[in-house]
Structures are given as structure tokens and as C-alpha cells.
Write a protein that binds this ligand. Sequence first.
Ligand code: ZN
Length: 439
Amino acid sequence: MRTDFDYRVTVGWLRDLASQPTPDDAWPCTRWDDQLERDQLRFLDAQAELGVTYNLAWGLFVDRAWPAPLDAVIDDARAERVRRFTDAAHARGLKALSGVGVYSWGFDEIIAEHPEVARGGAHVMCAHATAAWGWQRRVLDYMMDDAWGLDGISMQSADLGRCECDDCGRLSPAEHHALLIVRCAEYVRASRPDWTIGQASWGLRVDEPEELQWVQAMASAVDYSIEVRERSAAAGARRQLISGLDTAFGTVGGVFVEPPQHWARLRWFVPCGLASAESLRRLWNDGGRACEYFHRPFENPAEEVSWRTGAMILSHPEMAPMQALAEAVTTVYGVTGDARDDLSDWFRRGEEAYFSRANFEIGDGPLSLEPLVWSENRAAPGPAVYLRDRMSAEARHDYGRELVELRGALSDIAIPAAHAVDRTRACIEGTLRDIETLA
Ligand SMILES: [Zn+2]
């Protein structure tokens, strides 16, 4: 009998854990510098400490588009960084996975150069085009190169929609994506039987009874399968769905705050570890055994507390969420005794302060602080939509009032890690500035 999740995976774009924002770059920025490498090592250390055994990174090789042809994808310096990163994961007993788009995500340039791979749509290749399978295989071959030291992949096929030609259009959505996922999984398995293969259903519903046979076919081909929006749980049908699958099923952990690429790291204060922990415990009780749990920038101490709280549940699903939170604040703030209880309760209150006023539904996708892309200029920092669009002006004003109270209450707790306290206060002040700007 397992006492932890089988697939404890943490996932993100390369810079989602970065201590430095990239305010002048288009999303997703995948610049890999020495500081990012240090941030990654720190993150891998936390993973090893909490038993989160898989690191899944998007953007190791390309951001939005594979080049056509597929030679000189990355330079020698980046190749060395990839190898150092996977070596660092292995040295800590962890496995390194790469995200990979399946027939979409990453094929824009190939589609532009070789129009025969697509039948309409600038971002998706056609499931029935022979040439498309050739390019997809080349991408998978590239990742399977021993040079990188990777241990597997996680696939996404539906985030940008699908081919709508007559041949593809005859297939139901899950039937279409199952065709692609099974095709790629079988191809990779044949060469790398040792690899871990996951799949995340961004953009695809897996809760509809008429699609069950395709969802089962897709799940059978991989080691773990992720439902991004927890619709099966919302419909009360998740436990039954899971019982009909012969693979580890999971979620993205209920709530994740999408790291805002353009923003200074101390601009927001949105603790959400308890909601993640509670969501993961519900998943566990329904028979779920996998999670793609999102990267966070530890430079922001509230983000580190949130990540640690949920990550603890992946290894200890029976632990009470408040206990997991207490462990997290102990590590990040060095508190003990009464101060540990007080700070845990302070974080609980901080989490409630936002989520009790915002219209965000746990289990219904990411919480964007700024939009990923919101204007013609993809490098433009976005507005604070998590405050602007998710609560009324009145609620925002009231939220600001409670944040001021929380800032005061933080000073009453005896916390050894003064640097972490200063940064936490800066996060609250950053939020108050955004509230003021919106008023
Ligand atoms: Zn098609």
C-alpha cells in the first residue's frame, strides 16, 4: 500500500522559479543565465528535501518554436547547462523530464516552412498528415538524445486546440488527442522503455462519459495522466473515473499562482498552500496518485511557503494541511513554539484574505496575476488582473484594509529570519500599491 503519490512532479517554464523577472522579454522567456542556474539548484534542493522526485521543465531547448530544419537548436553553452541541470537532479536522486508539445506548441516555424504538415491553423499540425508525424518524431528523437540526460517527457496536445480538417473533424476531441498521445507514447517507449511518460490535458475535457474509452486509451499509453481543470471532481465523478483507469491520475494541485514573468518578485502576496494541500488530499482520497505541481519563485517567501505546503502533501497525503503549513513556515522563517503557531495562523488568514474575496474557483485552472500575453507587445508587463478582475472595488478596498492589519500583526510575531520578514512585508506593500493604482 503506497503512502505517497506515485508521480510527485513539479512543473514550470524554465524561468517560473527565477529570482529575477524578465520585464522586457516576450512570454515565455527561456533565458538561462548563471543566476537562473543557482535558482534551479536551490529549487532542486527543496524538491529532494520534500521528496518531489520529478522536475518537469518546459523551455529547456526552445520557447515557442522548433527551428526547421532541426539542427543547431541550441548552442554549446546551453547544451552544457542542460547537462549540468540533469546531472544536478540525478545527484539529488531526482529525475528530469522535459515538456513537449504534441502536434502543437512549438511547431509554428515548421508549419510556416512546410505547409504540408497542416491543414488550416497556424499553430497545429494535422494528425493525418504524414509529414507532420515526421517532424513530431524528429522532435522526440531530439529529446531522446543521450546527451541531455533526460529521464522522460510530459506531453501536451490540446492547449492550442486541434486540426479541424475533414479527417480530424470526424474524431471527437478525446479520440483525436488519444490518437496523437498514444502514437507518440508508443514511439518513445520503443526506444526508451526506461523513460517516464506523462500527459497533461490542458484544453481537453476528460470527464465526459461518452469520451471514456478514448480517455482510457490515452491514459493506458502513459505513466500518469493529468486533468488540469478538475471537472470530474466538480461533477462528483472523479473517483469512478479513476477506478476505470489503469494509470496514475492527477491534477495540477488545485490552485497555482502563475508566476508573472515581468513583475518584480516582491510585488504580490497570495499564499495558497492550504488550498493546494486540501485539494491534493481530496485527490488522494479519490484515488489520484499523480500531480504536476507548479514551480514558484522562492525569492518571494510566501511563494516558497505555498509550494512547500502542497509539496509536503504529495509525500504525506495523510498529513493535516495546517501541519504541512507549519512545517513550511518553520523552514522559511526559522520559527519555533508559539511563534510557529502564530505564523501558521497568520498565513492561513493571509490566504483567506484573498480567496474569500476573489471569484477564483479552486481546481479551475491557473490564477493569473498578470495575463501571460495581453497586448500586441508580448514583452509588455500586464496589469494586476487578479485584483482588477476578480473582486469588486469595494472588496478590493476591504482587502487592502486587511492587508494593512496583517502587516501590523507580522511585527508581533518573534521571527528569527529577519530577511524573510522584510521581504514578506515588501510583498504586502507591493500588493497595496497595486490596489491603490486600481482605486
Ligand atoms: Zn487534420
